[in-house]
Ligand binder design. Sequence first.
Ligand code: ZN
Ligand code: ZN
Length: 366
Amino acid sequence: MENLQTYFLNFPQFAVTWGIFFGAGLLSFFFLLWRDRSDFSFREMFEHCVPFNVLTSKSFHMDVIIYVWRKLTDLVFVAPGLAATALVSSATDFGLRSVFADFSPLGINYVVTFACTIVMLIAAEFADYLVHYLEHKVPALWELHKVHHSADFLNPLTSKRGHSFPLVYGGIAAGVITGTFAGLFMFLFGISLVEAVALRAVASKIFTIWTLDPLKHSHIPVSLGWFDRFLISPHMHQIHHSKVERHWDKNFGTNLSIFDWMFGTGYRPERGEKAVFGISGYSNASLQKFNTFKGAYFDPVMRSWKAIVAQVRPDVHAKPGAKQDPPTFIIETQKRTEQGAETAGSAPAAIGPRPPSPASNSGTIG
Ligand SMILES: [Zn+2]
Ligand SMILES: [Zn+2]
């Protein structure tokens, strides 16, 4: 069992991601070829899997830069989350052993391992849901999370497109919630911290494959059919990236959709329903501001800080002569998004200069 677990965990993520991405692309291409009785062309096959306009877009180039940056730096930002997991699980285990000193661990078998894996997955997904929900509702967090939503084309690298700070607060939240369960399993079944944490890693990898995770950030709108009732399908996550008004604040889950259904944020798109990628209120031109290192890393921190100051000291911007930022987006232009759904891919209406509004800082989701 342990060998199987190790092999599964060590199986290269790179192969899983691109295997699913190109597998789905080729499968859908040959299906369309068969359905339309068209002639085969290598160029069309490649264009179907990886549209050329994606490769030449600034959004994709920034995805690549952020991907490399995160490969180099993620370890630093995930460290607090790992420390929180270790601390909370050890404290829970220690606390329970102090209270129930006579208890002897039950031992572990396949059924227990399976049950613990499911519990860990649900706990991790709840933490992700909670953090993601807050990222859309709390202005200071939304400013950081916007970086992920600023992609106007989705590809598997977009899953890593995001500011590094969320790794800290997201990791700590997940560490506290899953660490509590890990500590409980350590106490009940006498397993080590590493074994308890491995349960979460195995669960998350199983669901990454089951939910066709690499397609969530892609142009291929795959539904999981009946499984959409408890899993987040690629099409459901693409809807989360949509700036069409009826798609706002929907599908916060990572792999499980159960919390979305539970808290009223679930949205199951119709077959062929279009998502317009981007952030509500941002024109395609203004989205380009996120496609520089400064726009993706430094500016969000500054706006996040200003959102905190505005909340702690709401009078600060009211002072005569106080320096104000130009608006990051104009809330009124959100009305165009429903119309934009019908003309997916077309350039949104131009944004004219308007005075900044408090709502423009917090933003509505994209
Ligand atoms: Zn989001
Ligand atoms: Zn996403």
